[in-house]
Design a protein around this ligand. Structure first.
Ligand code: FAD
Length: 365
């Protein structure tokens, strides 16, 4: 065998594994079918602006160990995610907090906001929510639901809220303070210079082959390494023999505009049904850019078909049961370890994917 490990996928999970394996004196070959490293956290530099090619990524965690770990590879800026919601021509701060409520009802105090929400919930008389609409209404009342949740959620899922299961919205955090910080985590920021550099540093001194699909030559690759760390889709690994796991996909329409500042914020959600995209990202604002032009991406949520880029796993009962069947097959493999968001059919934030990779390294290396 030429290598101790073949790592399929140069995303965050694969890169953390390869970095830790190298530290322990193991040899790795990392392959990726794309023409770049970093998987979905890849940033492409266009006109001096780091464009988050596979969707906006904000690093946030409450885990001090993970924060220190990732800070070995980059310095982070002090970006705080504070999205704005646009409903028709009304603009609201997110997440739902006193700024949102004060704009919506022209009120000032937490008690006034609580009273309005409580009276709207009481009017509805919902005891057991039967669908997402009833669930959301019973948590936040009519105004917040209709202006800020309904249209956005329907675009995201491609379905009416009445036809979506209630479990999608288990709780909706309402904040009765004036605070637009989207995350509650202790640590937050964007790596200065972009995410790709983090992965570049992790893979420094490790052999990487791009434009290389494991599934095109699996016998040849299997013969090259003692073990395989596989971060691609688990159902595809098994040639979908038990069925296809479903995802939601996202289509990005990106353009450079000849102006310095288009929307004044990195993230603006369009919460009305009539606008076809869910949000517009203006990339330069993640890094407080002052470039003369700007780059924006409109995000359209779409149904995923085999062959599309998989983004969000649809973790309903049917897909979870199918994943369990694939996992049973995976658990019997001696040579292959499955990991990452596609190998585990799970939405992982970056901090969680690093934690999962490090946990696996503890066991494996
Ligand atoms: P990936 O990055 O997908 O890497 C897997 C790699 O494997 C890919 O490069 C792929 O090309 C390669 N591959 C697959 N199959 C094969 C094959 N057969 N042969 C060769 N190579 C293969 N997290 C946050 O913390 N904050 C955020 O703000 C945030 N925003 C997000 C926004 C969106 C739209 C999405 C979808 C996710 C977001 N995330 C965010 C999550 C973050 O993207 C993931 O945690 C992270 O990218 C997962 O890394 P990974 O290595 O598991 O997967």
């Amino acid at each position: 065998m030429k290598y101790d490990y073949l790592v399929v996928g140069a995303g965050l999970y694969g890169a953390v594994f390869a970095y830790e394996a190298k530290k322990k004196g193991k040899t790795c070959l990392v392959i990726d079918k794309r023409d770049h490293i970093a998987g979905n956290i890849y940033c492409e530099n266009v006109s001096g602006i780091n464009v988050h090619k596979y969707g906006a990524h904000i690093f946030h965690t409450s885990d001090k160990k993970i924060w220190e770990y990732v800070n070995q590879f980059a310095e982070f800026n002090n970006y705080i995610n504070s999205p704005v919601a646009r409903y028709k021509n009304e603009l609201y701060n997110l997440p739902f907090n006193m700024n949102t409520f004060s704009k919506m009802w022209n009120i000032a105090t937490p008690q006034e906001a609580k009273d309005i929400i409580a009276s709207q919930i009481a009017d509805l008389n919902i005891t057991e929510p039967k669908n997402l609409e009833e669930q959301a209404l019973s948590l936040v009342g009519k105004d917040v639901y209709e202006k800020l949740i309904k249209g956005y959620t329907e675009k995201q899922w491609g379905r009416d809220c009445k036809d979506l299961p209630s479990f999608i919205i288990k709780r909706l955090p309402l904040r009765f303070i004036y605070d637009n910080n989207y995350f509650n985590d202790r640590y937050q920021g964007i790596p200065i210079g972009g995410y790709t550099k983090i992965v570049e540093k992790m893979l420094d001194g490790i052999e990487v082959r791009l434009n290389t699909n494991y599934l095109d030559n699996r016998e040849e690759f299997d013969a090259m390494a003692d073990k395989i760390v596989y971060t691609g889709m688990i159902d595809q690994f098994y040639d979908y023999k038990l069925g296809v796991l479903e995802y939601r996909s996202v289509r990005f329409e990106t353009e450079e505009l000849p102006m310095e500042n288009y929307q004044g914020n990195a993230v603006v959600n369009y919460t009305e049904r009539e606008v076809p995209y869910t949000r517009i990202i203006e990339h330069k604002h993640f890094e407080f850019g002052k470039q003369p032009t700007t780059i924006i991406s409109r995000e359209y949520s779409s149904e995923w078909k085999k062959g599309d880029e998989p983004y969000y796993p649809v973790n309903n009962d049917k897909n979870n049961a199918l994943y369990q069947q694939y996992k049973e097959l995976a658990d019997k493999e001696h040579k292959v370890i499955f990991g990452g968001r596609l190998g585990g059919y799970k939405y992982y934030d970056m901090d969680k994917v690093i934690a999962a990779a490090l946990e696996m390294c503890e066991k494996e290396l």
